[in-house]
Write a protein that binds this ligand. Sequence first.
Ligand code: NDP
Length: 451
Amino acid sequence: MSIAEEEIKKFEKDNCAQDEVFYQAMEEVIYSIAPLLESDAKYMRHAILERLVVPDRIIKFKVVWLDDKQNIMVNTGYRVQFNNSLGPYKGGLRFHPTVNEGILKFLGFEQILKNSLTGLPIGGGKGGSDFDPKGKSDFEVMKFCSAFMTELHKYIGSRIDIPAGDIGVGSREIGYLFGEYKKITSTYEGVLTGKPFMFGGSLMRPEATGYGAVYFTETMLEMEGKEPLKGKICTVSGAGNVALHAIEKLYQIGAVPVTCSDSSGTIYDKRGVDLALLKELKLEKRTSLADYMNSHREAIYIPTSEYPEGGHAVWNIECYAAFPCATQNELTEIDAQNLISNGCISVTEGANMPSTPEAIDAFLSHKVCFAPGKAANAGGVAVSEFEMSQNASMSKWSFEKVDAKLKETMQQIAKRVSLTAKDYGVEGNYVDGANIAGFKRVADAMIAEGI
Ligand code: NDP
């Protein structure tokens, strides 16, 4: 039995059904880092894997709030403080009905390696709630955020744990959470990132993840000797923060993004999607993508319910480069085969783990340039760290300064990942390169800090 198989067997028994997605993320990492474990015995001697896959602590709490009709509502809140070897716990909050402990463990585990890859002093964590902001009034969202922070504030702090946004948590939610933290603690500190600019947010934080994914792709394509994105058709899934800003950056560099999607359906607009309209529908009115058709009858709308099971309409559209930016496991093996047969040469994960393991295997075996989320979407957390620096020094950086630092960070990550893959005999495999480089930095810190 190989080292990787032995390690995976050890963890199998400890994981419950909710942990399926966490197990998927962990298994990928263990297989990837096997060459490192085999070449340097110190990682096994210090039991790094056993220590790394168990969070430092999981905080679970009840959130009780009143809706607009004065009904008493009850949700569950979580914060998974996973590993703080490289710096304070750092990672987003997700508000979505599917949130459970297993999903947050998967996201927190990925976050440790992602944050490590940035080279910045930040540890890994994640949190959230099964609360669904969709369809709620601003007042209801505010009341939920206040109730959530009433409990969470005990465990976070600008040198302890600094949450940010994720699915369902944008600047509106971060604003309400920050307001409540300030009220309870009488402390004005950078305890959350992704704050609105007027009270401590960084310029470019909303854009950072989407822009960063495009910067990463450009560097990867150049290193792999492929043609740049300029003038090329691109497909993007999702219509939230990451997707819309990936679309924006693609337009800025002269590419043509022709799709986007939400949980109800996919828009295909072959002349290029109308970004201003998408922002209005999704960021201001918070409505369904189906409303896009009221202004663009020549576009195509494919409702999710009308597409065959096992695949997703957005990945059946011809493109040069694809950007999955919605959620985990949204790109299956069937989707990967469709992309490959339609001539797609590059896939960049803007979301966290959007591709299933079978889809990743298909991309790697067909030599598609594949940028895994923990490397390609690290721009968001990088700019969050820039926000922490600005808060700590009570300063404000210009848009140009943040953008230049973001671009440099993404280029460095891409180069580090590519070089690591080469060093460990898996040239061109950015999945293994990212896992080994991310793991090594955390593991070395854990060894240096002792048990
Ligand atoms: P948003 O909430 O802004 O947008 C999420 C988008 O994905 C929405 O369009 C949503 O559609 C769609 N979506 C969510 N769940 C599903 C589903 N089950 N099926 C189909 N579509 C779905 O989130 P973000 O853009 O912030 O996050 C997107 C991804 O990027 C997540 O994986 C997140 O973890 C990751 N990420 C985000 C970062 C950030 O800075 N925000 C940083 C790094 C990673 P609908 O509106 O219908 O729900």
